[in-house]
Write a protein that binds this ligand. Structure first.
Ligand SMILES: NC(=O)c1ccc[n+]([C@@H]2O[C@H](COP(=O)([O-])OP(=O)(O)OC[C@H]3O[C@@H](n4cnc5c(N)ncnc54)[C@H](O)[C@@H]3O)[C@@H](O)[C@H]2O)c1
Length: 462
């Protein structure tokens, strides 16, 4: 099946910024890592499940580590053979010596993830980079097989699967598995330094935060109707940013990074959200997304975090996160995920004269790509057998993101407990899905899908 996006693709600069495809050298150059993996071989084998843009990027990042020790990509799985083929060819072109995926280790279909993981041995790593709806299904099997995991964000899109993932996180711990979650900004050395400075009180009490992710339509956020000859489920998966069951929509998929990094600096998760948003002029688009979202998150101490998300052509672009303290202002990120350009100002005015701290060249240099550092950190934990499981934190970030989205989609105040205990599972039974199953979302006679109606549909998002 061929990709034919109905919307303009992001430009190369945006793409590199947000997919982590830049190969970078390690930040841990020179650090000796004990060879504790595997008795007879020191090579960690990797399986890639979801060979799309980010999965290919993550595999590339894994094979670009300078100090992670030997790794090999040995199996791949996808539901589209053209995605798997182009991913394989791209990776083989870049890492000929590390890509060892023979034709009988390339698997297509809804069970392909099992076959790709069956090609690994306990202690190897599986990359889970499908749309997030499948995360709990594939994570369950990885735990069963005793595999370490790198999974992309978001890790859940609704309450019931979040509760399931919390439970799976404990099962992974019980088996001493190491699990990384693709909120790579947490591995950015510059943000880590900023976090310490904020906790040390360098900007005073954090009283307000704000973040922006505003740009034109990217990925599959806007979708035109399915072509009659395309399988409905595959169409929804291919256009996954358009469907809340698959991705949590553009809100969860795009905005989680800014929401997570901002809450990290506050060292807390918000307890409730109120929000607004709407659809403006959408022509023939049938997706479930709103065009713009404004969320007011409230923390237990009363501090506020204002988040602005917009996915719309022809409007002002902004991509940044800020924390305001009683004494100063911290820039958490500006112009994208990396380099973060983090800095601290005295007072609230962003003028050069007020800068009291900013990155050193080493912190923002080419060896500091957080998409590679998150791999260095995961593999170091595997080889040194140190505790490493980011799932609980990833679920909380996913839940807080879903809380803001649900507040906008229902027009109600939504608390953390509301979203956590919600009984609306967007796509039950995904572990048993086949091409013949009814698609998780049904269109009406005009080929349109239910869109959220704040104030009318109040308990569920659609
Ligand atoms: N950390 C980041 O900065 C970052 C950037 C981009 C994407 N992501 C995340 O990565 C994930 C994938 O996003 P993407 O942009 O690569 O999308 P994509 O559509 O390019 O890739 C997803 C791939 O998964 C495949 N797939 C879907 N369902 C599957 C299933 N059940 N079994 C096997 N394969 C399946 C698709 O065919 C596709 O090839 C999302 O969760 C997204 O949020 C993270």
């Amino acid at each position: 099946m061929n990709e034919s996006p109905a919307v303009p693709l992001p430009n190369r600069r945006d793409f590199l910024r947000t997919t982590g495809k830049i190969a970078a050298a390690s930040a841990l150059a020179g650090v000796a890592i004990p060879h504790v993996h595997g008795a007879e071989s020191n090579t960690i084998n990797i399986a890639l499940v979801g060979a799309g843009g980010r999965g290919t990027g993550a595999a590339n990042n894994a094979m670009s580590m300078k100090n992670g020790g030997p790794v090999k990509l040995v199996s791949m799985a996808d539901v589209f053979d053209n995605r798997l083929k182009s991913s394989y060819e791209g990776l083989k072109g870049q890492h000929a010596d590390k890509v060892a995926v023979t034709d009988d280790k390339k698997f297509i279909g809804f069970d392909a993830y099992k076959q790709a993981m069956d090609a690994l041995k306990p202690g190897d790593i599986v990359i889970l980079a499908t749309p997030p709806a499948f995360r709990w299904v594939q994570f369950s099997y990885a735990i069963q097989k005793g595999l370490n995991v790198f999974m992309e964000k978001p890790v859940t899109v609704d309450g019931p699967t979040s509760r399931r993932m919390f439970d799976l996180a404990k099962q992974a711990d019980a088996k001493n598995l190491k699990v990384g979650v693709g909120l790579m900004c947490r591995h950015c050395r510059m943000r880590q330094d900023l976090y310490k400075r904020i906790q040390d009180g360098q900007i005073g009490d954090v009283v307000a935060m704000r973040a922006y992710r505003m740009h034109g339509p990217v990925g599959s956020a806007f979708s035109e109707a399915r072509k009659p000859d395309e399988n409905e489920t595959l169409y929804q998966i291919r256009r996954f940013h358009s469907f809340l069951w698959a991705s949590g929509g553009c809100f969860s998929d795009f905005y989680i990074h800014n929401i997570d990094e901002t809450c990290w600096m506050k060292n807390a998760w918000p307890v409730e959200a109120q929000a607004s948003g709407g659809r403006h002029y959408r022509g023939n688009n049938v997706d479930q997304n709103f065009d713009n979202y404004s969320v007011e998150y409230t923390f237990a101490d009363g501090a506020k975090f204002f988040f602005y998300g917009r996915t719309m052509p022809g409007v002002h672009d902004q991509f940044a996160s800020y924390a305001h303290g009683a004494k100063g202002l911290a820039v958490i990120s500006s112009e994208g995920h990396w380099p973060s350009k983090a800095r601290i100002y005295s007072g609230q005015k962003m003028s050069n004269a007020n800068i009291t701290w900013r990155a050193t060249k080493e912190m923002e240099g080419p060896t500091m790509d957080p998409y590679v550092l998150e791999w260095e950190d995961l593999v170091s934990a595997i080889r040194n057998n140190t505790p490493y499981n980011e799932v609980e934190r990833g679920v909380k970030a996913s839940l807080v993101t879903s809380m803001g989205r649900m507040a906008a989609h229902t027009g109600q105040i939504v608390t953390y407990d509301d979203i956590l205990n919600s009984d609306h599972e967007f796509a039950p039974g995904l572990d048993k899905i086949t091409l013949e199953s009814p698609a998780p979302l049904q269109a009406n006679a005009d080929g349109k899908y239910p869109v959220p109606m704040p104030g009318i549909t109040r308990k569920r998002e659609y």
